[in-house]
Ligand binder design. Sequence first.
Ligand SMILES: [Zn+2]
Ligand SMILES: [Zn+2]
Ligand SMILES: [Zn+2]
Length: 625
Amino acid sequence: MKTQKKTMQAVTVFTARKIITMDPSLPEATAVAVSEGRIMAVGSLESMEPWFTGRAVTVDDRFADKVLMPGFIDNHVHPFLGALLTPMEIIAPEPWRMAGGDIHPAANTPAEYEARLKERLAARTDTDELFISFGYQPLEHGKWGRPELDKIAPDRPVVLFQRSFHETYLNSAAMTALGLSAEVVSDHSQVDFAQGHFFETGNMMVMGKLMSTLLADDWYRKGLGITCDLMRQGGITTAADMLFGTISPDFELAAINAVIEQPELPMRVVNVFDGRGFSNRASGRGNGAPDAEIDFAAGQGAMEELLGKDEGRVRFLRAVKLFADGAMFSALMQMNEPGYIDGHEGEWIMTPDVLAQGVKHFWEAGYQIHVHVNGDKGMDSVLDALAQAQDAKPRFDHRFVMHHVGFHTNAQSTRMAALGAHASVNPYYIHALSDTLSELDLGPERAGQLVRSQSILRNNMKVSFHSDFMMAPLEPLFLAWCAGARVTRSGQQVSPEERLSMEQALRGITIDAAFALGMDDEIGSIVAGKKADFAVLEDDPFDLGVDRLKDVRVAGVVFEGAVTMLAKPVASVFGETGRMPVPEPTQDQLEATHCCHDVDPCGHLQEIAAWIHAMPEDVLGQRLS
Ligand SMILES: [Zn+2]
Ligand SMILES: [Zn+2]
Ligand SMILES: [Zn+2]
């Protein structure tokens, strides 16, 4: 006699116009049965009948004209950046989607910038409150120093963050409000007092004054809420925080738990530990120079205290994030010969020696290792570290993942595969950076071959697509378009040999994105036994084709069986235009491009994170206790 293990649970069957399962054994279906947050059956309504006997069955046909896919997975985001930046008034050279779905259009000329600034100032009626705007780009927006700001805002405090996040411009009222008087700053070498311009260490001083505002619950948690709302609009049901603990594990955990559980948001966040942040904190050091020694064993000890402490929708992976070379947006990746056109050098975030020590330590401790790497010389350092680790202690199915992979060679693809590595790439680089890197830094051949995903697949590795938010929008379908279609800002298609088929493009935001987190047995495809996480689409991607993936509209999500629909379906913020105006590179731009070029969470923001973490107790006080 068979023993009945559990009582028969109620079943909901969702029928749909089409279900794209991302499971090669059963790629398409029209019905999916869900019970207790998991998938019970996939097929047609008729095929599920054996399951219905003795169970309360509800057929939910609200998706009759919709397409279901596995809930999208973005395996590399930075919630702390979203928390700090999204509550700012965003006026930038590219469009941004806001919470609730509205789009803040791009400002590409001084006149557009001025109009938007005045409009946003008028919309914020509390004139005592700091008005903080993000996205100012002098090359496109013209000069907005203290005199210009005083003219449009004579008696309310205004702070403009440059797009790069490491320069600020303040009006007189803001300098008074933040206590940045002439006595305090006038002889600081990185402050232009008359212009209200604060840069590098001068900017750090402004950040210090703003921290109590930005880390307060009504700012930080609001920003996390906006970030989660953007994920929902992108159809994301699982996101990985690829640098958890960079500010403070307790602070970050309390904030994400508060936001994700109340009310219950339709997503989970999985945390990958910041290897350097945890280690330096545990050994009482600040984040030092790229070659500064790091006590990885101390960091591992602090990580293990959190492992197993999963709560609700937030969980911890036995996984660590390390860094190799500098950021693509700043053209500071480490490049092999022939290097950069103008002869400048890239930078290390961790030198090859420090990286190799980190890889060795966490490899031997059995961790999954994720490494940020951009240039081909950076890639050599990561491959060398991995090869040494494999020599000392061979491991199988270790899922060592290269992140970003701005430029790498075919020889490196082969070596990655031989060592068992895989890739999670940022394909937005192709769209956003190919044109300028071609002109200014790498030349058309290498700049056209950024983020070569097909070569990774040709070598039998898996490749997934991430936003590195706020580097790119939280829009997996847009990212799949970037990787699949390879169209630059100017509308040019680069390295068409590296384009992807629809199936390849969609795997990178579903099952292969789950693989990179070691969660492909649980999420990423619509298969019996997996979590009932779905992206609900208004359009069938296969009808539109790879070249129009960014136009596919997200209508809602299903998270562990619970349906959340958007007020209206949304396509990518780049959906309608597909391209942004590209300013002609000028000599000024040549000089500016290697610094202050764009948002750079893994470069300059890394410094800010380190600095927040090293801030004196009286500034942060109880915030981080
Ligand atoms: Zn990142
Ligand atoms: Zn700079
Ligand atoms: Zn990075």
